[in-house]
Design a protein around this ligand. Structure first.
Ligand code: IMP
Length: 198
């Protein structure tokens, strides 16, 4: 096995994924690098379903590689776990995160800290060359802050406060984020399954 294709078009995610999987002796390439250009309808109701849909769709059109896909998002308890699986589509796919993040802060304007609990969720699915698949899932708990802060990371990181580090997720170094993030933990668990094939 010389290649893992990661089924995402999100370059920010891809950067984190490459770093987390850098100790594996295998090349991890994006869909774009594999020359794959297809639109996959993410119509699952859960993160797990969407990850499985993406990984299976790509696996069907590739030969002899492991295909990985992740589906992730932000669950805000006060908003009944929205935006959840709609995190990237919240307020429109092309709307800037500055606008999305400000809209969330506005919705939670008068909400006390105790009710601002939230989490990032990540489900990863791997489809192997023999057609079998395996999934992992992890979360990071935090709270929605009162301001936008930090330049690192992407998406909702600037409004997600991580109590463990007493700072916003966008203020963590990439190494710190990967150590504790939903994606970092789900991928670490996935590595145990990948190693059986490498
Ligand atoms: P997906 O590509 O459908 O999995 O969408 C994931 C979306 O969830 C991203 O586009 C972000 O809006 C949000 N998200 C997931 N993980 C993170 C993260 O680590 N930081 C900030 N936002 C995230």
């Amino acid at each position: 096995m010389d290649k893992i294709i990661f089924a995402t078009g999100n370059e920010d995610k891809m950067k984190e994924i490459r770093m987390i999987l850098s100790d594996l002796e295998v090349e991890v390439i994006s869909m774009k690098e594999a020359g794959i250009q297809i639109d996959i309808a993410e119509d699952g109701k859960t993160f797990e379903e969407n990850a499985q849909i993406k990984a299976s769709a790509i696996s069907k059109i590739t030969d002899n590689c492991i295909v990985l896909a992740d589906d992730s998002g932000l669950e805000i308890d006060y908003l009944d776990k929205a935006p959840g699986v709609y995190s990237s589509r919240f307020m429109g796919e092309d709307t800037s995160y500055d606008i999305k993040n400000n809209a969330i802060l506005d919705k939670l304007k008068d909400v006390p800290k105790s009710q601002r609990t939230a989490r990032f969720v990540c489900a990863i699915c791997a489809v192997f060359p023999d057609g079998t698949s395996v999934s992992t899932r992890a979360t990071i708990e935090g709270i929605i802050g009162y301001e936008i802060s930090g330049e690192n990371g992407f998406g909702y990181d600037p409004i997600f406060y991580v109590p463990e580090f007493s700072c916003y997720s966008a203020e963590l170094t990439p190494e710190q984020k990967n150590e504790v993030s939903h994606r970092g933990k789900a991928l670490k668990e996935m590595k145990k399954h990948l190693k059986k094939w490498l």
